[in-house]
Write a protein that binds this ligand. Structure first.
Ligand SMILES: [Zn+2]
Length: 337
């Protein structure tokens, strides 16, 4: 049966080669051309631009692009200009403008590209939590600016890192260009083109997280609430984060695009949530930090791929966060007890 299925597929495929179908694959509701690869036809309306994660460099978050009838909806805009350029190239290839930008949170690997995209499409409407961004620009990012200037001035700083930090300095110096047009501080549904998007708020990764729930395709874009090779807990409320993962799993999601890492199925998100909870529980207990980190890395291993980091990266990050954040009491000041 399997062999026949394969045989028929080959025939159909080759027939397609010999006589290209007159009607290219749908869906027409999204305006732009469909993706060329048959296995991608069911997701022709969604593009993911993977963020980079490489040793010694600053990461980019993933970008999710939804093609609406009115233009592109961009969820997170990256840090490096090269990442944002991929969004611009995609829009130009489809002949569609960027009409809406949603920032999952204010970390620079998710918002820096707002500046370039707004320059190219001044009419794009930006949705984000403005209070959290304003607070970060006056505190965490202001302190980072000073620290980054010192690091850049140090001749021992590797050239690649110095380049990234100069980029971050330039972004924070233009911080006024990062603010949203519409501040999202409570759950809200927005209509863009033919899309109805549920923007859900949380305070897990930052004081102003937004995750996106797209009902028609059962897609969730989670921002850094789901992140590999390990949860980045620098500005986190672990309890709120834990609750947000449960809320994500309470939706009928079929596919989830994380803030960093590859696309996941529901079963994989459950695996992630359980590993995350186990990491927090371990950090709250008496086990050595290395044991908590090893357990995290082993549990997360099936979710990793070449672009999201190795199991050794997962272990190293988890150990850092257990020792230097969770057990050092360095979670956010506004976290509930
Ligand atoms: Zn991130």
């Amino acid at each position: 049966m399997k062999a026949w299925g394969l045989f028929l597929s080959l025939i159909l495929f080759c027939a397609g080669c010999a006589t290209p179908p007159e009607q290219p694959a749908p869906p027409s509701r999204y305006g732009g051309p469909p993706l060329p690869s048959p296995e991608n036809l069911d997701r022709a309306d969604v593009e993911v631009i993977r963020g980079t994660f490489s040793a010694g460099r600053q990461p980019d978050g993933n970008t999710v692009v939804l093609a609406s009838a009115d233009g592109l909806i961009v969820f997170d805009t990256g840090r490096h200009a090269a990442h944002t350029q991929k969004i611009i190239d995609l829009a130009e290839a489809r002949g569609q403008p960027v009409v809406a930008i949603i920032n999952s949170h204010w970390h620079l690997d998710h918002v820096s590209g707002n500046i370039l995209l707004r320059q190219r499409w001044p009419g794009a409407v930006v949705y984000a939590n403005d209070d959290a961004l304003t607070d970060a620009l006056g505190s965490f990012l202001a302190r980072g600016l000073e620290a980054n200037r010192k690091t850049v001035a140090d001749p021992a700083t590797p050239a690649g890192l110095a380049e990234d930090l100069r980029g971050d300095i330039a972004t924070v110096e233009q911080g006024d260009k990062l603010h949203p047009d519409v501040s999202i501080a409570a759950n809200r549904t927005i209509d863009v083109g033919d899309y109805k998007l549920s923007l859900r708020v949380a305070k897990g990764v930052s004081a102003g997280d937004i995750w996106l729930d797209e009902d028609a395709t059962r897609l969730v874009a989670s921002g850094d609430l789901v992140t590999l090779p390990a949860p980045f807990l620098d500005t986190a409320c672990p309890k709120e984060w834990r609750a947000a993962l449960d809320r994500i799993l309470a939706t009928p999601l079929k596919r989830l695009i994380p803030g960093h890492g590859r696309e996941m199925t529901r079963v994989e998100v459950v695996l992630y949530r359980d590993a995350f909870n186990a990491l927090l529980d371990c950090a709250n207990g008496d086990a050595p930090a290395a044991a908590c980190a090893d357990a995290w890395a082993a549990a997360a291993a099936p979710l990793l791929d070449a672009q999201s980091g190795t199991q050794a990266d997962a272990e190293a990050y988890a150990r850092y966060y257990v020792e230097s954040v969770l057990r050092a009491g360095k979670t956010r000041a506004d976290c509930p007890a």
